[in-house]
Each structure stands twice: as C-alpha cells, then as structure tokens.
Design a protein around this ligand. Structure first.
Ligand code: ATP
Ligand code: MG
Length: 350
C-alpha cells in the first residue's frame, strides 16, 4: 500500500487554498492508502518565534482535518513536535543537503524578504525538516499545493544523496529497498517521493492580486477565504475580489494574461469537481456580476458544513488533544523504526 504523508503549519487561519490544494486531497487519498497527516508546529516557528496561542492554533488545524473528513483511527493525525525523530532526521539531512541547493529555494527568498541576513536559520533549513517529516516514515506520496513542488524536488535530492553516500552501509545493513530511478534499478534506503499536485486549482491565488498565492500569512484578510468565514464574509470577499472589466471567455485560451479571472474559474471548477473547460462552457460570455454570485453560492455550499463541524470540534479541546496524543504515539513508534535503522546505517551507537 502506498504511504501518504503531508503537513499543514499552525500559522493562522486556514483558507480555501489550503483546502483545495491540500486538505481535500488528504481526505480523498484515505480510501486506498495508508495516510499520515501532521500539524507541523515546529515549522511554524520559522514564520514567527513567539505565537500568542500555539495550542489553539494546533487544535484548529487538527479540527479542520477532522471536520473535512480525515479518520484519525484508520489513519494517523498528530503534531510534529510530539515526535522528536523528525528533528533528529532533519539534523542528518542538514548535513546531507548542500548550501547551494538551499540557496535556490524560492519560498525562502519570498519569506525572508529584503533583509535576508536577519532571517532565521530555521527558515533557511525549512525544506530539510520537511524532507525529514516525509522520509522519517519512508512515505512515497505527498499531496501538496503547487507552491511546495520545489521542496519536494529537494526532498528527492536529499534522499538520493543519502542513498548514494551510504550505499555500502545500506547494503550491509539489510534495510535497503529496491527502487527505480528513471529506468535504473537502485538499492536504496529512502524512496523517491511522488508529489501529488493536480486538479484545476493547484495554486489558489490571492483574491486581491492574481499573481500572488493565497496565504495564511498575507496581511490582508480580503485576500483569502478562510475556512472559518461565514456566508456574509465569503460573499463580501468574492464580490470585492479583483477582476478585469471583461466578461468570461468561452475557452481556456481566453484566460491567458488574465490571472484574476483564471483564478476564480479555477476555484469554481475545483469546488464543483469540474474542469475549467466545463465551467467556461457554462459561464462563457457572462459578466462577473453573474459569475461571482454563483461562486459565492457554491463556496458556501461546500465550505459551510466543514466550518460548522470545525466550530463544534473546537468547543471540545480535550477530544482534540486525545486524538493528537493517540496519533503521536503511533507516529513515534513508526518513526523510531526508521531512526534505529538510520543510526545503524550511519554507525551511531545507541
Ligand atoms: P504560510 O503563509 O504560513 O506558509 P500557507 O497558506 O502557505 O501558510 P502552509 O501550512 O504553508 O499554508 O501549507 C499547507 C498546505 O497548503 C501545503 O500543501 C501547501 O502547498 C498548500 N497551500 C498553501 N497555499 C496554497 C494555495 N494558495 N493554493 C494551493 N495550495 C496551497
Ligand atoms: Mg506555506
């Protein structure tokens, strides 16, 4: 059975991009896979060291997972800091990864801003911890939004370099697996992860600027639809969403050079489980004054049951903490199997 891993940071209000790019896929993948879903609280320190309500943030992401339909009994839901093996493997990966690789990461450049010298070392090493999150379970498939594609390529580079550098030790350890890289058979320890990035809205853009991705950390609340927004808020934000003066085209090609229109059509398609072509077949030639209210109705229809369930779950923090405690214990047991083998491969005495 393929092993799926993914994570979400407790850095603020979850939004439609997190739902369409990540959480909705987490739910769908449960049917045919073994899944591990993580609230990556240690990653959240890279955004901001001191959080006013860290426990509340962790519980709110957990509640969103459960409200969206993730089953914490059949699969694993936990928070990263409760499984110290992530940090342990991340250190080893810090020694595997090259500074030249890290320097190419666009998320670091975006988040560090102009004064890069003042960014934390943690923000710089973020992708190494992310590789450890995935590979400490030797996971094979990672559902994420398009913005994380580069980090998953780096995860493959780290796995590949570890596999090559320790090739002889891996062979002697007996812990190796046979994988194919390109068409080449390779005896390896870590698998090559496959990113799962697809659908009509792999990167949901800001409602205020069609060239920037929708983000939890965007200062403008009008830029995103939060999973906890009520109908009135959703309606206001979509009505105010930036668009150009033209109506909707009848074909995909007509969306070229119109990032805001493209974004809204992609959101509609993803929420309706249709393709963008289907949406344009229905709305081509119409004005945004017709399309936007239809999008509001659809968004409210899809999101309001999740919002309601999230609120209900958040009223019982004890239950959420129990889910995390149980998930962490199961995750720790699995991560420790990998770490024992990694320590053996490297030659650490433990
Ligand atoms: P932050 O601004 O703090 O980085 P974020 O909104 O990017 O927050 P993350 O916790 O970093 O959220 O990412 C969680 C998941 O959501 C990842 O799989 C990421 O690829 C996905 N995701 C984030 N933003 C979008 C977006 N705009 N469109 C599609 N997927 C997204
Ligand atoms: Mg992010």
């Amino acid at each position: 059975k393929p092993l799926v891993f993914s994570g979400v940071q407790p850095t603020g209000n979850l939004h439609l991009g997190n739902y369409l790019g990540a959480i909705r896929k987490f739910v769908a993948l449960q049917a045919n896979n073994d899944c591990i879903y993580c609230v990556v609280d240690m990653h959240a320190l890279t955004a901001q060291l001191v959080h006013e309500d860290m426990p509340g943030q962790i519980r709110s992401i957990t509640a969103a997972f459960l409200a969206a339909g993730i089953d914490p009994e059949k699969h694993i839901v936990f928070n990263q800091s409760a499984v110290p093996q992530h940090a342990e493997l991340a250190w080893i990966f810090n020694c595997v990864a090259r500074i030249g690789w890290m320097n190419r990461m666009t998320q670091f450049k975006d988040k560090a801003g102009k004064d890069r010298e003042q960014a934390s070392l943690g923000l710089y090493a973020y992708p190494s911890l992310m590789a450890a999150d995935i590979l400490v379970y030797r996971a094979t498939h990672v559902p994420v939004g398009d913005d994380q594609k580069q980090h998953l390529e780096l995860t493959r580079d780290i796995a590949m370099k570890f596999n090559l550098d320790y090739m002889e030790h891996i062979r002697r350890s007996g812990y190796g697996i046979d994988i194919t890289v390109g068409d080449e058979p390779v005896h390896a320890y870590f698998p090559m992860v496959e990113p799962l990035i697809d659908g009509p809205a792999p990167r949901v853009m800001s409602l205020r600027d069609g060239t920037k991705k929708m983000s939890k950390s965007d200062a403008s609340d009008l830029s995103r639809i939060n999973l906890l927004d009520d109908e009135e808020n959703i309606s206001k934000k979509i009505r105010k969403a930036k668009t150009d003066p033209d109506g909707l085209p009848s074909e995909i090609a007509g969306l070229a050079g119109r990032p805001e229109a493209d974004n809204l059509v992609g959101i509609y398609a993803a929420l309706a489980d249709k393709s963008k072509a289907d949406v344009l077949a229905a709305f081509g030639g119409q004005q945004f004054s017709v399309f936007k209210p239809a999008l509001v109705d659809l968004a409210v229809h899809v999101l309001s049951p999740i919002t309601g369930e999230m609120r209900r779950l958040m009223a019982d923090p004890g239950h959420i903490d129990n889910v995390l405690r149980d998930g962490s214990a199961r995750a720790r047991a699995r991560a420790e199997v990998t770490m024992k083998q990694v320590r053996d491969i490297i030659g650490f005495i433990y």
